[in-house]
Ligand binder design. Structure first.
Ligand SMILES: [Zn+2]
Length: 396
């Protein structure tokens, strides 16, 4: 078991394992207890009047989920193997890379008492600072990777970001962390081409919007078709102007599962990333495609998150010296999402002495799900359609 360490300690050196030897796997972790103060309240989605349950039901995007993921990683000894990176709240300049001045002012005003920053984007008193800290955590990961202090980094943050539009929050997201991070990589570190892979079960509409006409940031999204937001993420939304072909949507049917995601990586994600040859890879990592998630129906297992992470590490190694920053988005199964997040961290760190392998609590049933091993006909149809369309821009 790893011992607990204070959460605000930056250890900007190579991680030292329990045996005193330097590890070969420098992986950064950005987590801050202040993320846990992101207050999303008690209401149900689509029901702002508190439904009179005898026991109050926390909002589904409770920040406690990333807290439990961090706790699980601590107990397994994973965080001891990671380089702790320190986040500071981003300033206006960083946010203005995408967001409007009016929106920044509105969020600051709302944060005095709490409210909704748009369409289902709750924040409590002081929420502006927590959201700026989340974006700052994504930047801290980018800084550490671009400065070669770590090979890869995991920003385990709250609130999430990928639905946030320039002028409003959406879908639990206040500021678009991954957009701000991509622009920061370009402006502060000279990254010419940035890849954003979004595997959250929902479509990353804000991220798509930010880079829709921009060929320097390639956005790939795997998501459940016709879920949220309505109307976003269809195959034919592929970019405009100079950005045509640099938005790659792969909508997948409910129930796609491990095997279908594996095929999506092999047939679309990995070939496109390889041909784009980015200088940095960012992942909008939502663990809400998991089999137990209340908001998605995609049947991924915890092991699938580790496998997707390993595939991205491999393509990062082949294209950009391994530079990979994973930022937390959704993931709402209280009993399972933390395992999916820990599986990502486990893959990043790799097998190391002192780390206890984290079992999948849903095993062996997850292995017995048909979608773990077989490609359903609907998923096959969806992948064939995506490949046929994106062949216009990419050799697949
Ligand atoms: Zn989501």
């Amino acid at each position: 078991m790893g011992e607990f360490r204070p959460d605000h300690t930056e250890e900007a050196s190579v991680a030292v394992g329990s045996n005193g030897a330097q590890t070969d796997h420098r992986v950064g972790l950005v987590f801050d207890d202040r993320f846990l103060t992101h207050n999303t309240g008690l209401w149900l989605i689509q029901d702002r009047e508190l439904y009179p349950f005898a026991d109050p039901v926390p909002h589904v995007s409770s920040p406690g989920l990333v807290g439990r993921a961090k706790h699980l990683m601590d107990l397994a000894g994973l965080t001891d193997q990671m380089v702790r990176l320190h986040a500071v709240p981003v300033d206006d300049q960083a946010l203005l890379a995408y967001h409007t001045p009016d929106y920044l002012a509105r969020v600051a005003e709302l944060a005095k008492a709490g409210g909704d920053a748009g369409e289902g984007a709750p924040l409590g008193p002081g929420g502006d600072r927590v959201a700026r800290l989340a974006a700052g955590a994504a930047l801290a990961g980018v800084d550490a990777v671009m400065q070669d202090r770590v090979r890869a980094a995991y920003a385990l943050i709250r609130p999430p970001g990928h639905h946030a539009m320039a002028d409003r929050g959406m879908g639990f997201c206040l500021f678009n962390n991954v957009v701000v991070a991509a622009r920061h990589a370009q402006r502060a570190h000279g990254a010419e081409k940035v890849l954003v892979l979004d595997w959250d079960v929902h479509h990353g509409n804000g991220t798509q919007d930010a880079f829709y006409d921009d060929p320097t940031v390639l956005f790939i999204s795997l998501h459940q078709e016709d879920l949220y937001p309505v109307g976003w993420g269809t195959i034919d939304q592929a970019g405009t102007g100079a950005g045509e072909g640099f938005t790659v949507n792969v909508p997948l049917p409910a129930g796609t599962g491990n095997r279908g995601y594996r095929e999506a990586f092999e047939r679309v994600v990995l070939p496109v990333v390889g041909r784009f040859a980015p200088d940095l890879i960012l992942v909008s990592a939502g663990q809400d495609a998991s089999v137990l998630d209340p908001l998605g129906r995609m049947c991924l297992t915890a092991g699938a998150y580790g496998e997707m992470t390993r595939l991205m590490m491999e393509v990062a190694a082949a294209t950009c010296d391994g530079r990979l920053v994973i930022t937390q988005e959704g993931g709402y199964a209280p009993q399972y999402a933390p395992y999916c997040s820990a599986s990502i961290a486990e893959a990043l760190v790799g097998p190391v002495e002192g780390v206890t392998p984290i079992p999948d609590p849903y095993q062996p049933r997850s292995e017995q799900m048909p979608t773990t091993r077989t490609l359903g006909l609907d998923a096959k149809r969806a992948l064939n359609e995506a490949v046929a369309f994106h062949q216009r821009s990419w050799q697949l």
